[in-house]
Design a protein around this ligand. Structure first.
Ligand code: KG4
Ligand code: ZN
Length: 372
């Protein structure tokens, strides 16, 4: 039996979420399941690659079956299988990639190798399609996640220009490490946001805990976050010994989140001005995506910035900011439609890539947390 619209199964296993989704070319999400491994990694304060790979192995088959049941579809009705082939933790990537290849081979449908970052980059086109709209290229993209912090121009499917990356930690990594210093559990980003919201006197919190804004004012667009994290550590070390009070943490979290929002919006403002100048888009759009795009203070700062320059801000719904497989299935569909993956699919000997830049021409930066 065929379905009226091309339907794609997506598989995501590059970090600590096992995710499976089914979408179609109208942007309809038939099923989207995300199984977080947070509990399995929490005791270690971060993701343990070997534990992640084994957990993907344990749960992926069940999740695929559950997603097919949710969608009410059979494998015969799929027009392709897209799986993340990098960048990410290689053991986990291999688990999802091999499952995708096996389904494609068994069913005689195309296998589509997807770059995880392209999944984040194209998410707004999925959600816009779902609303019956089209987000046209080019658009400016701030990609902020646990492993990446980049500014790119999305010129088309498979066509990206990277204008900035981090020279050390990624934004999400800085959230997580700073949260850990404040005694908050892993993953720190959402915890830090929640406690910052309880800060009762934001103005005095900023005075109590002054924090640097590394790279702000610099002409080049890159990011650096390790100094911000160290400054958080210095403040904590100056506080009286013992456990921090709730007020201390709320104030420091607010100061940190404000610094982060300031840094990201200053970097994006420079990039937006360059984008307007070089591309003169009819309807300039600034997209923010990746796990950290769930942060409300950052979303608000970018909205203000866009209003100032007549650009349209775009952030995916929270459920599609973090890692998910709907974005992988959609990126696969876009690649198939654009002819970047042939109708018979990508080769079944496609390799998993721990490092896979979206813009292969951009110079490599040798900092921690820079995987692309
Ligand atoms: O995109 P993602 O799910 O995984 C990667 O590809 O890295 O991003 C995860 C990151 C983590 O660092 C997490 O702390 C951060 O996104 N994050 C947030 C928030 N929600 C998730 N950071 C700040 N505020 C949030 N609300
Ligand atoms: Zn991600």
């Amino acid at each position: 039996m065929t379905t009226p619209f091309k339907t794609i199964l997506g598989i995501e296993t590059s970090c600590d979420e096992t995710a499976v989704a089914i979408i179609d070319e109208t942007g309809h999400i038939h099923a989207s399941l995300v199984l977080s491994q947070i509990e399995e990694h929490r005791a270690f304060g971060g993701v343990v690659p070997e534990i992640a790979a084994r957990a993907h192995m344990d749960h992926l088959d069940t999740l695929i079956t559950a997603a097919m049941d949710d969608a009410g579809l059979s494998f015969d009705q799929l027009g392709g299988v897209a799986a993340t082939c990098g960048p990410g933790l290689i053991g986990g990537v291999m688990v999802g990639m091999m499952a995708g290849k096996a389904i494609a081979a068994a069913r005689g449908i195309p296998f589509i190798a997807v770059n995880h970052l392209e999944g984040h980059a194209l998410t707004p086109r999925l959600t816009e399609a779902g609303e019956g709209r089209d987000l046209t290229f080019p658009y400016l993209l701030l990609l902020i996640s646990g492993g990446h912090t980049q500014i790119l121009v999305a010129e088309g499917v498979g066509q990206y220009k990277r204008w900035a990356t981090t020279l050390d930690d990624a934004a999400g990594e800085c959230f997580d490490k700073s949260a850990k210093i404040m005694g908050l559990p892993y993953p720190g980003g959402p915890e830090l946001q929640a406690i910052a919201a309880t800060c009762t006197d934001p103005a005095s919190a900023l005075e109590r805990f002054p924090l640097p804004r590394p790279m702000v004012g610099r002409k080049e667009l890159d990011f650096s976050f390790s100094g911000l994290k160290t400054a958080v550590l210095n403040h904590v070390q100056k506080l009286p010994e013992g456990e921090l009070s709730r007020k201390d943490v709320a104030d420091l979290a607010h100061a940190f989140q404000t610094a982060m929002a300031d840094i990201l919006s200053e970097r994006c403002e420079r990039a937006l001005l360059r984008f307007l100048n070089e591309y003169t888009p009819a309807r300039p759009t600034l997209v923010v995506s990746g796990g950290v795009a769930a942060n409300t203070a950052i979303r608000a700062a970018l909205e203000t910035l866009c209003a100032k320059h007549g650009a349209a801000p775009y952030a995916p719904p929270i459920s599609l900011c973090g890692d998910n497989a709907a974005m992988i299935a959609w990126a696969g569909l876009e690649r198939l439609r654009a002819g970047l993956t042939s109708e018979t699919g990508d080769p079944l000997d496609t390799k998993a890539r721990p490092r896979w830049p979206l813009d292969e021409t951009a110079p490599t930066r040798h900092g921690a947390g820079v995987k692309a």
